[in-house]
Design a protein around this ligand. Sequence first.
Ligand SMILES: Nc1ncnc2c1ncn2[C@@H]1O[C@H](COP(=O)(O)OP(=O)(O)OP(=O)(O)O)[C@@H](O)[C@H]1O
Ligand SMILES: [Mg+2]
Ligand SMILES: [Zn+2]
Length: 484
Amino acid sequence: MSYEVLARRWRPQTFDDVVGQSHVTVTLANALRSERLSHAILLAGPRGVGKTSIARILARSLNCDEGPTEKPCGRCSPCVEIANSTSLDVQEIDAASHTGVDNVRELRDSIRYAAAPGKHRIFIIDEVHMLSQAAFNALLKTLEEPPPRSLFIFATTDPQKIPVTVLSRVQRFDLKRLGGSELLSRLRQIVASEAIEIPESVLRAIIREVDGSLRDALTLLDRLVSGFGSSISEEAAGAVLDLVDRRILLDVLDPVLERDPANALSALRRALEKGVAPTRLAADLLEEVRNHVVACIVKDPGELVQLAEEEVAEVRERARKHDVETFQRLFRVLLSRTQELGFAPRPAHALEMAVVRLATLPSSESLSALMTRLEALENGGAPGPGGGGSTRGEGSGTRPRPRGTGGAPGQRAGSPPRREVPRARAPASTPPPRRDLDQEARLRNEAKSHPLVREIIDVLDAEICEIRTHSTLPPAPALDEDPR
Ligand SMILES: Nc1ncnc2c1ncn2[C@@H]1O[C@H](COP(=O)(O)OP(=O)(O)OP(=O)(O)O)[C@@H](O)[C@H]1O
Ligand SMILES: [Mg+2]
Ligand SMILES: [Zn+2]
């Protein structure tokens, strides 16, 4: 019994059949119509996005009995032979296994044999970047002055590796990764025609996995079909494809948002016990947090977020309860704490600590509230009349405000007990008296243990990525610098 894999069965046969890539297919169809096709074409792009398919369609367009045409018939013998890779006029060469100069010399010799009457001699060289330098050099002359009615079509996933001497002799087309909605509508079309029953959530999960490659998506779908036949459940798909169920992620995220580290930790433990790798879990958590930010700020996030409509609504609801900034901070902190997960002796423990940190982050209002309180202290040790918020405009007019201090009202209720703290900087009118060194040291120690200073350190720790990013800003004056 021979089974033709979905990726082969669904190879596009005409330019109209190619998903996405219209910037390439429309240009090629126009060139065919106006008979201005270049004699050497380079199709560059990530894996599984249609390079080989487009090369074959182009070959058929030229050699179809009805051609040159932008719509090859698909029935004549040249069309059928090209599809089966048996055409004598169209030669497909895998450069990965024919890298040497001898292979190119053979090719150069064979190009002299004329094609069948009215047809073109076409060479499709896949993974062309794998050719050796000598092989590329041997090609140059032929590319410069190709025999009449010949066409070279190069395909590559790595165009940087092609010498500029070759690049300057070809017309280059860059294929793009396919977008989420392009992939989804093609997968829907395929499962409907193949009578495969599969929940849309699984199709979306597949799309999240494949980084814009339709071939990879079809290969994953094939794995499911060969395992479960034509009726595939969410659970079965999750087990086979090693997909991380979104519910697992939300079980971790929800307690994080509730500032409940114990529950976040046990949800994480359950996920790890299911065998999900910590790095994978971290990446999926990051994506989940990122989806919350995107769904919040983009009106129609269809292309950006691989979630069904009701899931987007649920994400928005959660994001509304907690504001976008909270999710942005969660993302920054999680990213900075998980970047080195792969190097940790026990990555699971490192991820646990990252999640605990997320669940104990100071609230996003803290920073502005702290600034208000700092200003109040600076102005004489107590918040000014009318609440902490009113001091924003009063004591700070002449001072540049640090980044990230939003306009949230000050939190008087959260102010620390009134206590002497060293002044960061005295008002210009009343310079502080000179202190002796012992007194300085005592004050510095006192400052370090002051609850307000501790809170600032906590908040700044959460913002550490921001600080690294903005480290090019001019340094703030040191605390113990003599203001005079
Ligand atoms: N743009 C597309 N439109 C329709 N089907 C596609 C497209 N891209 C990929 N496919 C599907 O994936 C299969 C493989 O595509 P193709 O061989 O053209 O990719 P490729 O870009 O040459 O990949 P590679 O870099 O791995 O050689 C096709 O047979 C088809 O089923
Ligand atoms: Mg290919
Ligand atoms: Zn034909």
